[in-house]
Design a protein around this ligand. Structure first.
Ligand SMILES: Nc1nc2c(c(=O)[nH]1)N[C@H]1C(S)=C(S)[C@@H](COP(=O)(O)OP(=O)(O)OC[C@H]3O[C@@H](n4cnc5c(N)ncnc54)[C@H](O)[C@@H]3O)O[C@H]1N2
Ligand code: MOO
Length: 401
């Protein structure tokens, strides 16, 4: 009995715990999830600061200019009295006693005399106005974006505490697969291996090995320390892949019931716990999720390449998001016309997004990535959908991190 699509995704989200926290230099945190919130190490601004190039002044004008301070200077060791002014640069500390800053454009300066129509309180960024030391600026679980890195640096950090990246090893199976050159009768090019790395955002790909349709080789690949003895074929396989250090093993093919489809039997022989065995969706219904006795997860992608993409977005990405400590994002939605829902299964339809609308890209046959390549998301079309709002699973338009 195939599992409902939404339950399958939820099961994948709950199949693991976030990986351990590691402290990394700011730049290395990009694309990872915060394991603890970013707190301000100092107040911002750290002192009353000018927001304009001009003059800090006290009391009503006209004023007498009694000094000047530049950005980077310490707080001037004076207290402005009423009628006194100080030349200030944007970002420079203003002297104590300053009531306002007059931008240079509205000032008339004659020797030490300053005139201008200032507004009390204006253009001074008061100490702690943005945040105070100790404030939590970004909560745990947030994605570390370029802006988060800039904010963390601004708040005094040299490092961030993030969940480490999940490590993924890929096993592509199939006697019929070619890894270069044109396909020919009976032989097809591996289309999943080249697609996968760009879909592993936030994860580290340890490597990809190619196996023949051999249950012993598959069992070895799932249990051996390294993949160098597994019939790995060039050019994609390095000499040794540390499969034992993987958090997730991704298999491609062998999910069905044909004579060469060994995945389920091999997993049973290895005493794996099967969490998802078949999903009520089109394409991709033979997809699978299991946990090996040593705790490594196995995501079984069907061999048909578009079905494999459906499985990546249904099971693998949610699993990797959980391992990476990412919080579940609110769903992306769009309106989609009636595309011919299935009576019982969820359809995953490649679509192009424009504003709040999604348009079918066409060419969505399980064995072909043509439609998926023209699209930027898969629309989740539940059974019985007759047009209206649907959830989208975006997969394109992002740079792999
Ligand atoms: N009797 C049944 N047969 C099939 C069923 C079923 O329910 N009952 N489901 C079909 C569906 S749906 C899918 S999807 C496939 C899944 O098959 P496998 O995961 O076992 O994969 P294979 O049999 O090895 O290959 C299927 C198909 O995909 C091609 N392939 C395989 N790997 C790749 C790759 N890396 N790149 C490109 N193409 C690949 C392979 O040549 C086959 O054409 O089972 C159906 N059968
Ligand atoms: O559903 Mo399969 O996964 O169509 O080709």
């Amino acid at each position: 009995m195939n599992m409902p699509w939404t339950l399958a995704r939820q099961t994948a989200r709950e199949a693991a715990k976030p990986l351990e926290a590691v402290e990394v230099p700011l730049a290395d945190g990009l694309g990872l999830a915060l394991a603890s919130g970013v707190r301000a190490l100092a107040s911002q601004p750290a002192c009353d600061t000018s927001a304009m190039d001009g003059y800090a002044a006290a009391g009503p004008g006209p004023w007498t200019i009694v000094g000047r301070v530049a950005a980077g200077d310490p707080v001037p060791a004076v207290v402005l009295g009423s009628g006194e002014a100080f030349g200030v640069a944007t970002g420079a500390p203003v002297p104590d006693g300053s009531d306002l800053v007059l931008p240079v454009e509205i000032c008339t300066v004659d020797g030490a005399r300053l005139d201008g129509e200032g507004v009390p309180g204006k253009h001074i960024r008061r100490r702690g106005e943005d945040w105070s030391a100790g404030d939590e600026l970004v909560p745990a679980g947030s994605l570390v974006t370029p802006a988060v890195l800039g904010l963390a640096a601004g708040a005094g950090h040299d490092t961030v505490l993030v969940h480490r990246r999940p490590r993924v090893a890929v096993i592509v199976t199939g006697d019929e697969l070619l890894h270069s050159g044109p396909p020919r009768p009976g032989r097809v090019r591996d289309a999943i291996g080249p697609m996968l790395p760009g879909l592993l955002t936030g994860a580290d790909l340890l490597g990809t090995t190619h196996l023949r349709d051999d249950p012993a080789a598959l069992a070895d690949a799932l249990t051996s320390d390294t993949a160098d003895v597994l019939g790995a074929t060039p050019p994609h396989a390095p000499a040794a892949l540390n499969f034992d250090t993987a958090d997730v093993l991704v298999t491609c093919g062998a999910t069905s019931v044909g004579p060469a489809d060994h995945l389920r039997r091999v997993l049973a022989d290895l005493d794996a716990e099967i969490l998802v065995s078949g999903v009520a969706c089109r394409p991709g219904h033979p997809m699978l999720l299991a946990v090996l006795p040593d705790g490594r997860c196995v995501a079984g992608l069907p061999g048909n390449p578009f079905a494999a993409l459906a499985a990546i977005l249904t099971l693998l990405r949610p699993l990797l998001d959980t391992l990476g400590g990412h919080t579940v994002q609110s769903p992306v939605t769009a309106r989609l016309q009636d595309v011919g829902a299935h009576p019982k299964d969820t359809r995953l339809v490649p679509v192009v997004r424009t504003g709040g609308e999604a348009f079918p890209a066409g060419h969505d046959r399980p064995g072909s990535l043509w439609g998926a390549a023209l699209a930027d998301a898969l629309a989740v079309v539940p059974p019985g959908h007759r047009g209206g709002k649907v959830e989208l699973l975006p997969y394109a338009g992002q740079r792999p991190v």
